[in-house]
Design a protein around this ligand. Structure first.
Ligand code: ATP
Ligand code: AH0
Length: 394
């Protein structure tokens, strides 16, 4: 038997697996690295976070990503080079992480790598008959060979092949991690894009979707007009005044009226989205007021999504993702949705910053040792599949 297959077979049979989950999200703030211990699989999974860090990208690499991701055109040469470069950067960051925390790589069973979304093209965003499509870069073979670890990567293509939109995938993890919760819950992640999973107390009703912009619009406005990556605590937005005309114009965007589940990205929610409205309304508006309005739009569009979840009334909302640190955004959410108690996801044991990186460890754990049938009949739009491509290091 091939040595790699034999190792894989042994890992799949273990009671406990040590997996490194990697996520580089739409905010491009760095690589989230979560060292996880996964015990069991399926509904019996127990996942413990052993170590976590968001390793920031070096400035020139960050600028390259900002120029290349979510834009309609880059050259084939750039695309090809970036696929390798992202993998090399991520592999090096994993090695730095292991060295920093004195973790011997022989302890790690596999890496679960999301890669970097370079372009997300759900069917609602284009007219090509191919339908839902998405592309994540950072080749798994390169990560496997450079780190010497089995690498599972490129999770979204199977979802698309099986009829999904490639995102959000977090619902699989949300379902596995909330089996013990005996009340209605909404798990809301506010990363670059905001997404949610609603799970009823009896686990029979599940709704999931992207909600719309998370931090992405606010971040892009901050980068363009204030030369800062994000609006810390929502302080800039707090200085401005919400412009109702602008808010209502933005809320007319067809994404907000589309049915669940839907997915989107910065390909749609970007500076043109912001500026086109300002120009169409012929507004003379300060940058602070635009920030105030973007912050409110983010909260309002999440609230619209939550209100559209059928059959839920006052489910508690557990928030993860960097948006949880935006104080003004969290205040707006609570003011617009007074009937919901809004809490950080840490309250139910889900690490707010590490959640997405842990998700890919969980998905890899299922691919290695689980049975995709457990997701059958949960929801017509949730394919019962195992995801990710397996790369052997030798
Ligand atoms: N103190 C803070 N105040 C305001 N916003 C913050 C703060 N800390 C983090 N953020 C926001 O959170 C963002 C990072 O969030 P997160 O790491 O969840 O994004 P991501 O990994 O790109 O997510 P996704 O994959 O869901 O798009 C930052 O870009 C910033 O906008
Ligand atoms: C295509 C893509 O990278 N989508 C991300 C992004 O970031 C948040 C939101 O948009 C979410 O749908 C998704 O990631 C998480 C991990 C998901 O698939 O659930």
């Amino acid at each position: 038997m091939n040595k790699g297959i034999a190792t894989l077979y042994a890992i799949a049979q273990k009671k406990e697996r040590i997996l490194i989950g990697l996520m580089s999200g739409t905010s491009l703030d760095g690589l989230d690295i979560a060292l996880c211990k996964c015990t069991g699989n399926g509904y019996e999974t127990d996942i413990a976070l052993l170590q976590f860090e968001t390793m920031p990208y070096e400035n020139s690499f960050l600028q390259q990503l900002q120029k290349s991701c979510f834009v309609p055109n880059i050259s084939l040469e750039q695309l090809t080079l970036l696929n390798k470069q992202i993998a090399l950067e991520h592999a090096a960051m994993v090695q730095q992480f292991l060295a920093k925390y004195h973790i011997n790589k022989t302890r790690v069973d596999a890496i679960a790598s999301h890669g970097q979304t370079i372009y997300h093209a759900p069917a609602i965003q284009h007219e090509n008959k191919v339908g839902n499509a998405t592309l994540q870069l950072g080749d798994g073979d390169i990560i496997a060979v450079k780190t010497g670890m089995i690498t599972i990567s490129d999770f979204r293509q199977k979802h698309i092949a099986a009829g999904g939109a490639g995102a959000p995938l977090v619902t699989y993890g949300d379902i596995l991690l909330t089996g013990h919760i005996l009340e209605d819950v909404i798990l809301l992640n506010i990363g670059g894009i905001a997404n949610f999973t609603y799970i009823s107390a009896n686990k029979k009703n599940i709704t999931f979707s992207d909600a719309g912009p998370g931090n992405t619009l606010m971040n892009q406005w901050m980068q363009q007009h204030y030369h800062q990556n994000y609006d810390a605590d929502g302080a800039v937005a707090a200085k401005g005044i919400v412009n109702k005309k602008l808010l209502n114009y933005w809320l007319q965007h067809s994404f907000f009226a589309a049915d669940f589940p839907k997915t989107t990205g910065p390909e749609t929610f970007n500076c043109s989205f912001i500026e086109d409205a300002v120009n169409a309304l012929q507004l003379y508006i300060s940058n602070d007021d635009v920030m105030a309005t973007l912050n409110y739009l983010t909260a309002k569009s999440i609230a619209i999504a939550v209100n559209n979840i059928a059959n839920q009334k006052a489910a508690k909302i557990y928030v993860s993702g960097g948006g949880v640190h935006n104080r003004l955004l969290m205040q707006h959410l609570q003011t617009i949705m007074p009937q919901h108690t809004i809490l950080p996801s840490d309250e139910i044991g889900i690490h707010a910053a590490a959640k997405e990186a842990m998700l890919f460890a969980l998905l890899a754990n299922e691919t290695l040792a689980g049975n995709p049938n457990i997701f059958e009949n949960i929801h017509t739009n949730l394919p019962a599949i195992s995801m990710g491509k397996i790369s052997l290091p030798y």
